[in-house]
Ligand binder design. Structure first.
Ligand code: ATP
Ligand code: MG
Length: 421
């Protein structure tokens, strides 16, 4: 491996981002709201590895999916094939089995946040390293569980004040419901097969349901042809799937959650059963899906666990963050100008305990220079803590706007602070 010359500047890999400054403040805002929402509904956070055995994704995501066929970052180490996780659900299901969570009280409610990796063509809303927040509910196959899962996605977006969202929902039945449908679908599409894109040719042979997931307008146009359209829009699912789906829609109506039924919605991954949904935003460009989810009753068993129904969703954080109003970087409530740093750090901690933010100037420069810095970071208040003050256990508090200042004992200052919060 040859090293670049020292002068050559190094750049981040294509399709990745440095997240910092105001955008980071937006991420924190989203993450805080998500942690709170999940916690209140009884979901536990889980952190699984960023890489897993390649087999997990072959079996858990499906060998005929775009993710497995084209998008995985796979590498060999020793005699093992490992893959950077392209999504979170397979890893969580693996952990569910490995950690014996099937013995926990049902339902087992988990959520996660973290980086995912897919080798895709980078463009607006599509990176090679991106982040997802997602939730999974294991051990219950009820429309009530489906409804909670969708409700929580909607609540997350509501609490973030997101505009222009549409919930699209479909029932794709059980794998046995789908067998006949797949054969009939192939029959209906046979005449137009030569006109479909290259990927669709493969899908036709390997996993015909996913023909409906194609994003090419030229392919999608064929599904609007009357005979194909009528076929696609006829419900092929069995009575049990239909009954659960209708109860779910009824619950969404009662919750006042508007939705569009979309018979073309199948989702990209193989493991879905019964209800699937996506939430799109009219404020995003071509990559307009912010959330994708559904039920996957076969997944845990497919990965070697005991049969366990499950449902959940994942939200793309980059797309979500791009939808929320700009948040400003938080400014410190107090900026401590000082030449005795140990005392200043102790004071900052006491201020934090009262619920305020406080930063200590670490420059060891003259107080005038430190005051300039306090103005620069837009601190709301400045505290002057000189060595002599510290000895007498007092400090001077200066209002940045009015320039008024008063000297008081540290005790008095902290008492005032406690009263004001
Ligand atoms: P898309 O149709 O946009 O490729 P997908 O069906 O592949 O999405 P999922 O696997 O359902 O996506 O992932 C859930 C969410 O993660 C998506 O709705 C999207 O918000 C986000 N996401 C997926 N792939 C990327 C990516 N490459 N870059 C940024 N966000 C992504
Ligand atoms: Mg994709």
């Amino acid at each position: 491996m040859s090293l670049p010359s020292k002068k050559q500047s190094l750049q981040r890999p294509k399709g990745t981002q440095d997240i910092f400054g105001e955008v980071m403040a937006q991420w924190h805002h989203v993450e805080r709201i998500a942690h709170k929402l999940f916690g209140r509904f009884g979901y536990q956070e889980i952190r699984t590895p960023c890489f897993e055995s390649t087999d997990l994704f072959l079996r858990g995501v499906g060998e005929t999916t775009d993710i497995v066929n084209k998008e995985m970052y796979t590498f060999e180490k020793g005699d093992r094939s490992l893959t950077l996780r392209p999504e979170g659900t397979a890893g969580l299901a693996r952990a569910f089995i490995e950690q014996g969570m099937s013995r926990w009280a049902k339902p087992v409610k988990l959520y996660y946040m973290g980086a995912m990796f897919r080798y895709e063509r980078p463009q607006a809303g599509r990176q090679r390293q991106f982040h997802q927040v997602g939730m999974e509910l294991y051990g219950m196959d009820t429309p009530a569980a489906d409804a909670e899962v969708i409700f929580m996605a909607i609540m997350l977006f509501k609490q973030l004040g997101l505009p222009g969202l549409t919930l699209k929902i479909n029932n794709i039945g059980t794998p046995s419901d789908r067998e006949q449908f797949k054969a009939d679908l192939k029959q209906h599409l046979k005449p137009v097969l030569p006109n479909l894109c290259e990927d669709c040719q493969t899908r036709y042979a390997q996993n015909p349901l996913r023909l409906l997931d194609c994003k090419q307008d030229s392919c999608k146009a064929h599904y609007q042809e009357p005979a194909i359209k009528t076929f696609l829009e006829t419900d092929f699912t069995g009575a049990a799937s239909q009954a659960d789906f209708n109860t779910l829609l009824d619950t969404l109506d009662k919750l006042g959650i508007p939705y569009q039924r979309d018979p073309y919605l199948v989702r990209g991954l193989d493991y879905y059963t019964k209800m699937v949904f996506e939430i799109t935003s009219s404020h995003l460009g071509a990559q307009n899906t912010v959330c994708g989810g559904g039920r996957y009753n076969e997944l845990v068993e497919e990965l070697g666990g005991s049969a366990t129904p499950a449902c959940g969703w994942a939200v793309g954080l980059e797309r979500l963050v791009s939808l929320i109003a700009k948040t400003t970087i938080p400014v410190p409530d107090y900026y401590i100008v000082t030449d005795c740093h140990a005392e200043a750090l102790m004071l900052a901690t006491e201020i934090h305990q009262c619920g305020f933010s406080a930063e200590v100037d670490l420059s060891q420069k003259a107080f005038g220079k430190q005051l300039e810095k306090a103005f620069k970071v837009n601190a709301r208040q400045v505290i002057l803590l000189g060595e002599a003050d510290a000895k007498q256990d007092q400090l001077t508090c200066k209002n940045v706007v009015t320039a008024e200042q008063s000297t008081l004992s540290r005790q008095q200052f902290l008492e005032q602070l406690k009263k004001s919060c």
